[in-house]
Design a protein around this ligand. Sequence first.
Ligand SMILES: *Cc1c(COP(=O)(O)O)cnc(C)c1O
Length: 358
Amino acid sequence: MRMPIRKHLMRLRGFSPGVAPSSIARLHANENPLGPSPLALQAIAEAAQSSHLYADSDGTQLKKKLSESLSLPAECILLGNGSDEIIHYLSLAVLENDSSIVVGDPGFVRYEAGAHLQNAKITRVALDDEDQHDLNAMADAIDENTRLIFIANPNNPTGTLVFREELNRFLTRIPETAIVVLDEAYYEFVESAQHPSAADYVRDGKPLVGLRTFSKSYGLAGLRIGYGLMPAELAEVINAIRQPFNTNNLAQAAAVAALEDEEHLRKSKELNRRSLKRIAAIVESHGAKARESHANFVWADFGRPVAALCQALFEQGVLVRSGEMFGKPNHIRISSGTEENMDRLERAFHAAHEALAS
Ligand SMILES: *Cc1c(COP(=O)(O)O)cnc(C)c1O
C-alpha cells in the first residue's frame, strides 16, 4: 500500500531522546538539578484547580510580566510549548521548498527538523577551532534563498558564546531576505558583560528573533513552556497559525511564579557555577579537554571515540550525552548537577576508566 504522504517526508525518522530511570544521575539533558522553584510548584497546585477550563490562549499574564521585564511590547512576545515549538512555527511561517537555513555545526538538532518539514535546504557551517560560531563563514554561506540563520548563544553542545561586537558586525552582513534567530535557551546562566540580548535587537526593530525557555535555568522542562521575541508582524502571523492552546494553564502559572522567584534562580546559577568547575576538573583528570562553558553543561574532547566510555558510565548509574548525535564521536556533553551527582560522576569516571584500561 502506498500512503499519500509528502514525498520529502518519507526519508524522515523520529528521534526519541529516551527515558531514563530516576535512580540514574541525569547529566544528559541540561535540566535544573534543583528542580522547579517552590513558588512555581505552589502556582501549579493552585492552577490545577482550573484544569477543567481552557487556558488563556493569549497567555496574558505571562506575556505582561515578560513585557515589563524585557521592556518590549507584548505584541513582540510569542509563547510556545517549549521554545522547540517556536522553532517549529518559525519554520512553518518562513521556510518553503527552495529556501534554506544556515546553522552552526555541531549545533542544536531541532533547527534541522523544521527545515526537513518544509523541504528546505540546510547549510551547515563548521564551528571554528575554539568551538565558537564562525560568523564570517556563516555570513559567507548566506545566499538569496537563505531565510533563517540559527545561532544558539550559548551554543549547544559546546557552551561557547558569541559576543555583542561580533554579533553587531555579523548583522550588518545579513540581507533583508533573511532573519537571524538567536536561541538564548541558556541566557540566564551567562555571566559575561559582552553578552548580547535578543531583546535589545527586537526593541530596536532589527529583523531578529530571540528564543528563550523555562526548561533550563527555571527547571520547568517537563511543563513545556518557552517564548520568542520578534517583530510584531511575525508574531502576529505565527499567532494566527499556531494551535490556540499550545501552552497550558499549569505551564503559564508556573512560568509567572518562576519569574518572581529570584532566589531560586540565584541558587540555580550558584550551583551551576560550582558544578561546571567540578565537571571540568573531573574530565581533565581523565585526559579530556574541557571547553569553557557559558551554559549549564561542559563539552569535553577525549581525543578518541567515547562510545564505550559512555556505556561504562551508564553502567555506573550516570547518564551523559555522547557527542555522536552531534557528529562528534570523540566528545561528551555533561550537564551540571547536584554535589551528590558530581560525586557520582567522579566515581563513575574512576570505575569506567579502570574497566576500560583492563
Ligand atoms: C534545550 C534547548 C532548547 C529547547 O528547549 P525547550 O524545552 O523546547 O524550551 C532550545 N534551544 C537550545 C539550544 C536548547 O539547548
